[in-house]
Ligand binder design. Structure first.
Ligand code: UD1
Ligand code: UDP
Length: 380
């Protein structure tokens, strides 16, 4: 059986690493007349900076993409259109049995559309997520991808229900979250290998961690300024480490050039004189997955608008303040580990000051075998 997997953006590399590992395990375990799985990766090139792409392939041992389309950045129409053309060519050449797509990016939608028009069935990992906010590009990508998918691999019961509400019942499988598999697999390795705490002079639980990249925040000056003001205020008490997405860096360097002039730290070399005492907002370049896991696990609090980071905060037992008005990961809010703060300065500061770990963390995202179950569904 041949699968073409579409990746392009940072979170998809983390998800693909978990599933590609499960493909290898599956191939090693089969016997008799069961067929092996041949997986080919198509990298759209949506993310292309070294610290947004290559570093994940190297660190996580993701197989080299068979195709790198090198599409890069652009408007939604141009980017998605060019991906559609490039993916179609790859699919025509490879004639796979399945197209596997992850999440909700433009790469996801382009992959799903290219495949379904060629009558190649689509398997969607992380199907059924909804913010119910159609202004988000991701929401459009998810809804459209789900509606053309043959297999819908859901991480949560809420996702299954969302699909049911839209009339999608066939091909729906609750398998759990492949990002949870990734955390379980990679955290011990990350803790052995990462030197990020030492490099940045950070003490466990002595800092907060922030990430911001959603279009609704970066492309709205009022929201971005609200978040920035909040992070600055919070960092007067405890350092806030902010691995900055290139999208956010671009906007901030235009709006507040002086803020970023000295702020982006190169963490590849240890910074002398910083051990434990430095307060303030510390913008750093995006970090590798291993460094990110270690930064997340040792943070006192995480402030983020990222989908993946909200979930990782939960799995690592770190309270989270989400810098959005809604979330797809409603379970994390329901059990008290996550709270929606929007982009209002005072609200973010208030919630950050009052957050404490609430205790129990029920298994809301499966048993850590989502990638294995995904492959079993595909191979059945
Ligand atoms: C994309 C996804 C988003 C996902 C995020 C993960 C869409 C519509 N959005 O958002 O769902 O949460 O990836 O990080 O697919 N840039 C660089 N270098 C890079 C990549 C991007 O400089 O390697 C800059 C470019 O200026 C680009 C901007 O970041 O225009 C935005 O990149 P893009 O991939 O369009 O969207 P993201 O915000 O990364
Ligand atoms: N991540 C990382 N380095 C960073 C920021 C994030 O490795 O500097 C990882 C993070 O741990 C998670 C994934 O990237 O696994 C989340 O990606 P992102 O926040 O870009 O996208 P989203 O999940 O919101 O789609």
């Amino acid at each position: 059986m041949k699968i073409v997997t579409i990746v392009g953006a940072r979170p998809q590399f983390v998800k693909a690493a978990a599933v590609s590992r499960a493909v290898q395990t599956y191939n090693q375990s089969i016997s008799g007349n069961q067929t092996t799985i041949l997986e080919l990766l198509v990298h759209t090139g949506q993310h292309y900076d070294r610290d947004m792409s290559d570093i994940f392939f190297e660190e996580l041992g993701i197989p080299e993409p068979a195709y790198n389309l090198g599409i890069g950045s652009g408007s939604h129409g141009r980017q998605t259109g060019e991906m559609l053309r490039g993916i179609e060519e790859a699919l025509l050449r490879e004639q796979p049995d399945w197209l596997l797509a992850y999440g909700d990016t433009n790469s996801t939608l382009a992959g799903a559309l290219a495949a379904v028009k060629l009558h190649i069935p689509v398997a969607h990992v992380e199907a059924g997520l909804r913010s119910h906010n159609r202004c988000m590009p991701e929401e459009i990508n998810r809804v459209l991808t789900d509606h053309v998918s043959t297999l819908l691999l859901c991480p949560t019961e809420t996702a299954v229900k969302n699909l049911k509400d839209e009339g999608i019942k066939q091909g729906v499988h609750l398998v759990g979250d492949v990002m949870y598999d990734a955390v379980l697999h990679d955290l011990p390795v990350a803790e052995r290998r990462s030197a990020i705490l030492r490099d940045l002079g950070l003490q466990p639980k002595g800092y907060h961690l922030a990430t911001v990249h959603r279009a609704e925040n970066t492309d709205d000056t009022i929201r971005l300024d609200g978040i920035l003001a909040a992070l600055q205020e919070i960092s007067r008490i405890r350092p806030v480490v902010w691995p900055m997405h290139p999208r956010t860096r671009q906007v901030l360097s235009r709006l507040h050039p002086s803020l970023l002039a000295d702020a982006i730290e190169d963490h590849s070399t240890p910074i002398p004189g910083r051990a434990g005492t430095h307060h303030g907002l510390r913008a750093i370049n995006p970090v590798s997955y291993f460094d990110m896991l270690v930064l997340e696990k040792n943070a006192k609090l995480i402030l983020t608008d990222s989908g993946g980071v909200q979930k990782e905060a939960y799995w690592l037992g770190v309270p989270c303040v989400t810098l959005r008005d809604e979330t797809e990961w409603v379970e994390t809010v329901e059990v008290g580990w996550n709270v929606l703060a929007g982009a209002d300065r005072d609200q973010i500061v208030r919630l950050a000051e009052t957050r404490t770990p609430p205790g129990e963390r029920p298994a809301l995202f499966g048993a850590g075998d989502a990638a294995k179950r995904t492959i079993e569904v595909l191979a059945a």
